[in-house]
Write a protein that binds this ligand. Structure first.
Ligand code: KIV
Length: 295
């Protein structure tokens, strides 16, 4: 049977990630039990670090699964790294849904969080509810929104409706126009106190975790110690309960300046370029295809 979600039709049988526990031979020996939003709090309490990576398509989701990643985030960073936008502002709900559908088909065990794009939750709680429902129907298990006190009512209402919400403080990408550049946040005493207060309010509102982006490591540790929900850091030091990195940064698929918080674990971009050059060269020379690749 086909169901219509936004402007997409999908087969109900494609929604493989709606199950709770799966048996998966491709998981590289990691637990096959689905990670849930409440599990993250348990992991924090047990002192187990949480591994988060962004992904935007089916093959990447499958690789993340096989590598035993705990949480996959379909971030609105999709706008920059996949769609070629200058920042995350133009990303629409339709675009997010398109990528969430793809990632969801590759996810069996990891927790799948989807970013709510700019403009989809700032205007009203009703908008937020509608968008979050669409993202969950597309296969996400939870949503992420940016902001502190100003989004607490939204966090509360979504959580009450059964939608787990992760929040995001610090250098929040959807406020790029307010920040005016890539600057460390929370360096002033007042700002740091505000962020700590926001984190406490978000926890009280029902958030199940908070991403802390580009803030001093000491402040991130202080926030982490002050709340019982996990903090997931990006450019926020080693004191957070987990870390998140953007797929393309981690794997060397981005050009230009590498931000301080990025560690490139591979240079996949260079590998792809070399392979493409070799292919082009062989086609032009007539050495590909050979008999081996012919019918
Ligand atoms: O969109 C994204 O990739 C994010 C991460 C940077 C946390 O929000």
């Amino acid at each position: 049977m086909k169901t219509r979600y936004g402007s997409f039709d999908i087969n109900d049988s494609d929604m493989t990630n709606q199950g709770i526990s799966v048996s998966n031979a491709e998981n590289g020996g990691f637990s096959t039990r689905r990670t849930t939003a409440p599990d993250l709090r348990t992991r924090k309490a047990a002192g187990e670090r949480i591994v988060v990576v962004t992904a935007y398509d089916y093959p990447s989701a499958r690789l993340a699964e096989r590598a035993g990643i705990d949480v996959v985030l379909v971030g609105d960073s999709v706008g920059k790294v996949i769609l070629g936008y200058k920042n995350v502002i133009p990303v629409t709900m339709e675009e997010m849904l398109h990528h969430v559908f793809a990632v969801a088909r590759g996810i069996k065990r990891a927790l799948l969080i989807a970013d709510m794009p700019f403009g989809s939750y700032q205007v009203s709680v009703a908008d937020a509810m509608h968008g979050a429902v669409e993202l969950l129907r597309a296969g996400a298990h939870a949503v992420k929104i940016e902001g502190g006190e100003s989004v607490c009512e939204t966090v509360r209402r979504l959580t009450e409706a059964g939608i787990p919400v992760m929040c995001h403080l610090g250098l929040t990408p959807q406020s790029v126009n307010r920040f005016g550049g890539h600057r460390v946040q929370g360096t002033e005493q007042k700002e740091a106190e505000r962020m700590l207060a926001d984190a406490r309010l978000l926890e009280a509102a029902g958030a199940f975790g908070i991403v802390l982006e580009t803030i001093p490591a000491e402040l991130a540790s202080q926030i982490t110690a002050a709340i019982s929900i996990p903090t997931i850091g990006i450019g926020a030091g080693a004191g957070c309960d987990g870390q998140v990195q953007v797929w393309h940064d981690l794997l060397g698929l981005t050009d230009g300046r590498t931000l301080k918080h990025v560690k490139r674990y591979a240079e996949v971009g260079s590998l792809i370029e070399a392979a493409l050059r070799e292919y082009a060269d062989e086609v032009r020379k007539g050495s590909f295809p050979t008999k081996e690749q012919s019918q």
